[in-house]
Design a protein around this ligand. Sequence first.
Ligand code: F6P
Length: 372
Amino acid sequence: MIIGILNSGGDCPGINAVIEGYVTAAYSRGWRVIGFHDGFEGLLPVVGGRRYEVLNLLKTHKIRSLGGTILGTTNTGNFNVQVNKVGRHSLDPQILAKAKKTITALGLEALAVIGGGGSAKTAKLLAEEGLPVISIPKTINNDLCSASDYTFGFQSAVEVVSSSIDRIRTTANAHQRVMVIEVMGDLSGWIALHSGIASSADVVLIPEIEFDLQNVVDGIKERKAAGQREIIVVVAEGCRMNGELVTVFNKDNGDERLGGIGNRLCHLLEPATGIETRYCVLGHTQRGGSPCAFDRVLGLRFGVEAVKLIERREFSTSVVLKGPKVGTVSIDEAVAEPRFVNPQSHLVQTARELGIIFGDRRPQDLRRRQLD
Ligand code: F6P
């Protein structure tokens, strides 16, 4: 049997672990695997060449610890799903036809798509064309679908952010500064919340909990008055200021993307608190580097599970992690509901018990904090 695999959208640590698990499990069944380059673009014909390769054990053995992806990826190109006025997703029919032709010509009996929200929607459209598709959730944001407790990439990002905040804390302490750290997450606050708790942040601002700047200012002042030399503020890129997302707009290509709230917040907090304030945007360091052990194991598990789904011919499905178990849901369910932080969750309650300021309550309404 010949099966295919591709990864699409933003990269993240752990993709190569999925590829290794998938290829190893396929080869142990005597199957062959074709890997497509640069996301779905690899499905399109190119004059005088091809954008795919045969993946074998030699090429994939022990790549589980490699960051990035040996196949390359893209989050632009021909396969971005269009959404019409009534929310119906569609792809350019000619593009879809070319993709189908490639899959048929290669005799693929299945295609695994490692992807985030947008890529999973594209995979769903391929499945609706009758193609045998398995979706494998991937994103550092951990916001993909309510059906999966974790996506690989997330824990690696939390490790990078937590250790970065530990480093930033020493210079903030030396200078008695407020440091604002902007982290990724798209419209979710998972990275900010987990890394903020792990690295003793004073303030954690996430899109799911609307904050009042004055509460943040007063909270910082109270900590400073209590003798704290440094104050750490973690803010997720998808937080709103006065109800508005903070974005950067590229005039040349019209591209608008999240980013800039750290800078904005820094220049509001300094005058308001009277404390020297700097900011740091961790950016793509959160997407880079070798995956942590958790993500290597999860990626390998997802890759092997995808092969077992193919063996059982359970297509139009997505692998997920539910508690300690790897399971599956329909691809429809996988793309239905993104996963956001629940402000009433045990994790948020724990953060509040630990004294983390979310900016939604006045300092006098928070639990008393006596350091001595
Ligand atoms: O969706 C993952 C993500 O890392 C977001 O958190 C971030 O805003 C975006 O991708 C960055 O995309 P790009 O790599 O195209 O700049």
